[in-house]
Design a protein around this ligand. Structure first.
Ligand SMILES: Nc1ncnc2c1ncn2[C@@H]1O[C@H](COP(=O)(O)OP(=O)(O)OP(=O)(O)O)[C@@H](O)[C@H]1O
Ligand SMILES: [Mg+2]
Length: 307
């Protein structure tokens, strides 16, 4: 099978059934024995998905969502076995929700991603949409929250209604703590937001089972307890261990055919930062240094001039 055949196949399948079409394609790719062809097919496959699906999103929801174009798939991410298993379970139960529902069971479609910064919460939401071939509706809270009384609840209502009507996708509230924390309730001072959080809670209870509702936060302790209770799966994305970071760095340079030089090695010894994102920035800084044949190393996660 060639890349053009994939394109033809996608056109033929159209928008009718992304999920089954994608699993067929994955099967075809897996069976391809020629490594180079398989790589080309994988790349072609990666380009199919969210951007095309976004074209089908009605204009009235477009204003509430970001169009996310970052190309990331689950296999690009380092995930603990139990997290990866849980994510595969989400996909599996999503595909089998009719069976679940016919047995009176709820789909596992209300999910919380929590944990320290830079460990893949946002990336997994993007990758899930890619891997499941359903659009990602990443809610733009700045558009939703309004200074006009009662307007925020209305916007929340709009987002859920439009996404429910659209019928299939991931409704993603990133950094949900900016919106639904305990404080909003306790203080009683921000009625506008607490009213909107209440509205959200009602909407979650009656969400379309074909929608995957995902929230992400670094501060799950501070979330509104009523919201926390509504998730039927909670995943914790922890910092990698020292050993995992070392393996990641070796693999990064190995893939690029770059030998680990003294600077990289001494940097690993003194490596202080912790997240996967830090490890990635470390590798990029050194790879840039090597590509530019320069002495300078600029780490994205460090301040310059703030000693
Ligand atoms: N598990 C991972 N494996 C590989 N790379 C990762 C992983 N987690 C994060 N990264 C890299 O770090 C970058 C930042 O990750 P991401 O935005 O998903 O983190 P996050 O958990 O959402 O952080 P925050 O809490 O700050 O929003 C990603 O673009 C990705 O390249
Ligand atoms: Mg994030």
């Amino acid at each position: 099978m060639k890349t053009v055949d994939i394109a033809r196949f996608i056109r033929h399948i159209g928008a009718r059934d992304f999920v089954s079409a994608s699993s067929m394609l994955e099967d075809i790719i897996k069976k391809e024995t020629n490594v180079n062809t398989r790589y080309a097919l994988e790349q072609a496959y990666k380009t199919w998905g969210t951007p095309k699906q976004m074209d089908e999103v009605p204009n009235n929801i477009k204003r509430f969502i970001y169009n996310v174009n970052k190309n990331v798939v689950l296999n690009d991410l380092k995930l603990e076995n139990n997290i990866r298993k849980a994510i595969d379970y989400i996909v599996d139960t999503f595909n089998k929700k009719d069976l679940l529902q016919s047995n009176g069971l709820e789909p596992v479609n209300k999910i919380l991603f929590a944990g320290p910064p830079g460990n893949g919460k946002t990336s997994v939401a993007l990758a899930l949409s890619k891997d499941m071939n359903i659009p990602l509706f990443k809610v733009n809270m700045a558009e939703v929250i309004s200074g006009r009384l009662g307007e925020t609840s209305k916007q929340i209502d709009n987002v859920f209604r439009e996404v429910n009507n659209f019928g299939k996708g991931i409704l993603f509230f990133d950094e949900i703590d900016t919106f639904a924390t305990k404080r909003t309730y306790d203080d009683g001072c921000d009625k506008e937001i607490s009213g909107a959080v209440n509205k959200m809670l009602q909407e979650i209870d009656s969400i379309n089972p074909n929608i995957l509702f995902v929230c992400a936060t670094n501060v799950s302790d501070e979330l509104d307890p009523a919201l926390l209770r509504r998730f039927n799966m909670k995943l914790w994305f922890k910092n990698p261990t020292r050993e995992q970071i070392e393996d990641y760095i070796m693999e990064y340079f190995d893939k690029r055919n770059v030998d680990l030089d003294a600077m990289i090695l001494s940097g690993i010894e003194n490596f202080k930062s912790k997240s996967w994102s830090d490890a990635e920035m470390y590798c990029e800084a050194h790879f840039r240094r090597i590509v530019l044949d320069s002495e300078t190393i600029i780490y994205g996660n460090e301040w310059i001039g703030n000693e």
